[in-house]
Design a protein around this ligand. Structure first.
Ligand SMILES: [Zn+2]
Ligand SMILES: [Zn+2]
Length: 420
């Protein structure tokens, strides 16, 4: 439940005023920089210069980066401006005058207040920004390096898979440890997905994610010169995965859905349905989700309503940003024993001393009891086949072994409707 229901109305007005200034300033900067970047192309500089110049020095990756950044910013601007134009067109027929603009403002708040205010906080705290910490911390972890890989093409694939492992590990932790969830909940609070949702991060989440990145990438011998490129790919694709349904309706990307994490996969990650909750932790490659059993495809007949499971007005930024921290503080304060105080901090969200029925794992398990086929992936089918094969090889009666295996396993044995 919302802890700031009675929050002073004046505070909400102050929040909205700050949002209007942040929205106006950031949009002005984005549009003017974007226009100047294109305008300078006429003189062979700007965007055209950034794409053409690196070709002469064979730094092709710089050209690719320039194109990707351009596409990214174009999509963000198009998504925001087209929504405002759409709202102006849609609402004008129904409500007139002051009421019309009030409704439009409310919809802009729902879509963009969390992202612009979260971005403002990160901008006001530049020393806490991830990339700064990354380079400051990196030298201190060099001793844990097991080896260092070369820069051949296959090493880049290895490096990216290690990065994805780091993403899976830190993201899984953010969802399964309550005090880490306090840092990640703002990102999951928006009820509408769009590219700017990638900006909604509690600033302190960067400390934790940077630590996991550095430990895993250094331990597995990733050459530091690879860090910037592989993290750029990850961040860019991570942003694209939040694209709105208005801009990309289906989001499955055809056959690519079997090879990479698509916007449809990440929509599942943001959805609060028991089937979808705590699934698809990866950014671009579904390998680790597949191996660790957390991959869940989007199902056409299961709606993806976004947000977190508690009651929350997404335009209440204070609640969105600090709400989970306050609620954790209250639970720890009210816990009767020292052990329970500690468990509240480290157990998954939804855990209570008396029962764990409201954790994501329990909710999903209960849902799959009545809908087992919905949770099946190709991993389940392979594991079932291996178990079946091993039972076949034993002298025990096949049918009896198969039945006991199914009863003792959380892996359903019914045929899957979709291979993932
Ligand atoms: Zn998440
Ligand atoms: Zn996300």
């Amino acid at each position: 439940m919302s802890f700031t229901k009675k929050l002073n109305i004046n505070w909400r007005i102050i929040e909205n005023v700050i949002f209007v200034f942040a929205f106006g300033f950031i949009m002005y900067k984005l549009i003017s920089d974007y226009w100047l970047y294109i305008y300078h192309s006429v003189k062979g500089k700007g965007f055209i210069g950034d794409v053409i110049d690196p070709i002469s020095t064979r730094d092709y990756y710089k050209s690719v980066i320039a194109i990707i950044v351009m596409l990214n910013v174009t999509c963000v601007l198009w998504e925001i401006l087209s929504l405002i134009i759409l709202l102006l067109k849609q609402e004008s027929g129904n409500i007139t005058g002051h009421g019309k603009y009030k409704l439009i403002f409310k919809k802009v708040l729902v879509n963009y207040k969390p992202s612009f205010l979260a971005l403002l906080i990160v901008e006001l705290l530049p020393k806490l920004f991830l990339i700064h910490m990354f380079w400051i911390w990196l030298p201190h972890f060099q001793k844990i390096r097991l080896f260092t890989i070369n820069l051949k093409w296959y090493s880049w694939i290895y490096a990216y898979l290690c990065l994805e492992l780091a993403v899976w590990v830190y993201h899984f932790g953010l969802h399964r440890v309550r005090f880490l969830w306090c840092l990640h909940a703002p990102h999951h609070s928006p009820t509408e997905l769009n590219l700017t949702v990638n900006w909604v991060n509690f600033f302190a989440e960067g400390y934790y994610s940077t630590l996991v990145y550095i430990v895993i990438l250094t331990l597995f011998g990733i050459n530091p010169v690879m860090f910037v490129t592989i993290m750029f790919i990850s961040t860019t694709w991570g942003t694209f995965a939040h694209i709105s349904e208005r801009a990309l309706k289906n989001g499955k990307l055809g056959i690519l859905q079997y090879l990479i994490i698509t916007p449809a996969h990440h929509r599942v990650h943001h959805a609060k349905h028991p089937l979808y909750i705590d699934r698809n932790f990866a950014t671009a490659v579904p390998l680790w989700d597949w191996i660790f059993g957390t991959l869940q495809p989007f199902k056409e007949d299961i709606r993806a309503d976004y947000g977190i499971s508690r009651e929350l007005d997404v335009t209440n930024f204070f609640d969105l940003y600090f709400g989970e921290i306050v609620l954790l503080y209250r639970d720890v304060k009210n816990a009767r024993t020292l052990k329970n105080k500690f468990l509240h901090i480290v157990m998954p969200p939804g855990w209570e001393p008396a029962c764990s029925a409201k954790t994501a794992s329990a909710l999903r398990r209960d849902f799959l009891k009545t809908n087992p086929a919905l949770g099946i992936t190709s991993r389940n089918r392979i594991l079932s086949a291996i178990k079946f094969r091993s039972k076949m090889d034993t002298p025990a009666p096949v049918q009896a072994s198969f039945a006991s295996s199914a009863a003792g396993s959380s892996v359903p044995l019914e045929p899957a409707g979709e291979i993932v």
